[in-house]
Design a protein around this ligand. Structure first.
Ligand SMILES: Cc1cc2nc3c(=O)[nH]c(=O)nc-3n(C[C@H](O)[C@H](O)[C@H](O)COP(=O)(O)OP(=O)(O)OC[C@H]3O[C@@H](n4cnc5c(N)ncnc54)[C@H](O)[C@@H]3O)c2cc1C
Length: 395
């Protein structure tokens, strides 16, 4: 007979189990070190490469280039597991698999061999450079320029908040090759990080997600052959749009991992600590907080699994993806705040892990397209998709 304890044992896929073990053995024991600034770039790079060797990038790479073939659900189950242990490392996976997905969808055979094979085998890390000091949400106003030369292109500009730039081997850059705006004026390049003229003046000190390096990046007369252009001239915006479904999906997946951790820490603390003669978890208001944390966890997990299903079925996911990003970000913030509250004064100290969860979650309403931009996308698209409400979440 199956006991109740057994029914609550892991039902994770074998791949998610592998990432769970890696997270438990290699990541969680290093969490204190990983939360420092300046960060230990060598340690972060080593852990991200090991995650790659376990298959976390291969899930966006076709088999002929060493991957396991695109599988959004498997990838995000793995990301949830890493998010459970360390949200910063989970966020730092993203530029690599976004770059890989862009190359898989739009690259030449040479580009696929050059970039996808080392990423799939876990020997290369990517960076994704769109944002600039004066252009974040408003991508159409980027000014980094790519000018034609006799042999290819010359890149000049300054990028801001670039994840992994200090530890990356390859870089995807969005640059202006035409006049103002986004249509047919932006072009994407994938280039090695060690080209002359590329520099990373600093890794920025952040409130949270410290295991994810966030950097300024300068492109100063960087000479790039035309063979490093990804896709046609003027298709940069479209290439970004083609891969952003994965970026939005990562947030509810990481949030599901963080909520799981918050639930475990909070239920244990509330059972162990006594106030007014009984354990905290026998007080109605504390029970309410624990219940809300459990609700947040389930919502995040259902959301990312639903959206991954849409992506894997190659069905439109633009509205659902933005809903997932918006709601996942809100829930990660709300749940981590509740977890701090359950822990009382101790939750506000560096000695308890919920404090880091709270700082880490704060980025989710900002990075990868702010919550306000997700609201804008949702509002514009539901207006153009009559009947979406009737069909939503009915695969
Ligand atoms: C830790 C971290 C990692 C990052 N990693 C990367 C990376 O790897 N690569 C990369 O290219 N970028 C990266 N970014 C940049 C990130 O994508 C931008 O910070 C984000 O898109 C917001 O841009 P911004 O910071 O310029 O804010 P702004 O665009 O200036 O926005 C400021 C405020 O105004 C609001 N706002 C702006 N426009 C509108 C509008 N039209 N309607 C309603 N509200 C609006 C925003 O929602 C926000 O609240 C990262 C950022 C951080 C903090």
């Amino acid at each position: 007979m199956t006991t109740l304890a057994e029914t609550h044992q892991s039902t994770a896929s074998p791949f998610a189990e592998t990432i769970r073990r890696f997270t438990a053995e290699k990541v969680i024991p290093r969490n204190h070190e990983l939360d420092q600034h300046p960060q230990d770039m060598g340690l972060i790079r080593e852990l991200l490469l090991e995650a790659g060797r376990l298959g976390l990038y291969g899930a966006v790479i076709p088999e002929e280039y060493g991957g396991t073939g695109p599988n959004s659900l498997a990838l995000h189950e793995g990301i949830e597991e890493l998010g459970y242990g360390n949200a910063g490392l989970a966020m730092s996976l993203m530029p690599t698999y976004l770059l890989a997905r862009a190359v898989a969808l739009h690259g030449s055979a040479d580009q696929k061999t050059r970039w996808l094979v080392p990423i799939a085998e876990g020997s290369s890390i990517g960076s994704w450079a769109v944002t600039e000091p004066h252009a974040g949400s408003d991508v159409a106003s980027i000014t980094t320029k790519a000018e034609r030369t006799a042999n290819g292109w010359r890149l000049n500009g300054r990028k801001m908040f670039i994840t992994n730039a200090t530890i990356a081997d390859c870089l995807l850059v969005l640059a202006r090759t035409g006049g103002p705006g986004i249509r047919e004026t932006l072009t994407t390049f994938v280039i090695p990080m060690d080209l002359p003229g590329i520099s990373v003046p600093r890794a920025i000190e952040k409130m949270g997600l410290r295991s994810s390096p966030t950097c300024e990046l300068v492109l100063d007369d960087v000479e790039v052959p035309d063979s490093d252009r990804l896709g046609p001239v003027g298709h940069g915006w479209q290439i970004g749009m083609d891969v952003l479904d994965y970026e939005r999906l990562a947030i509810p997946a990481i949030a599901a991992g963080m909520c799981t951790r918050a639930l475990e820490l909070s239920t244990k603390y509330a059972a162990d600590r006594t106030a007014f003669g009984k354990p905290l978890d026998k007080h109605g208001p504390v029970q309410g907080m624990l219940a809300d944390i459990a609700c947040g966890l389930l919502e995040c997990r259902l959301l990312y699994r639903h959206i991954a299903g849409l992506v894997d079925a190659e069905r439109p996911a633009i509205i659902d993806g933005s809903v997932g990003k918006l709601v996942g970000a809100r829930l990660a913030n709300a749940v981590s705040s509740l977890a701090v509250q359950v822990h009382g004064g101790y939750g506000y100290t560096r000695e308890y892990e919920v404090e880091r969860l709270y700082r880490d979650a704060r980025l989710f309403t900002i990075g990868g397209g702010t919550s306000e931009i997700q609201q804008k996308i949702i509002a514009e698209h539901v207006g153009r998709a009559p009947g979406w409400g009737r069909r939503a979440a009915l695969l």
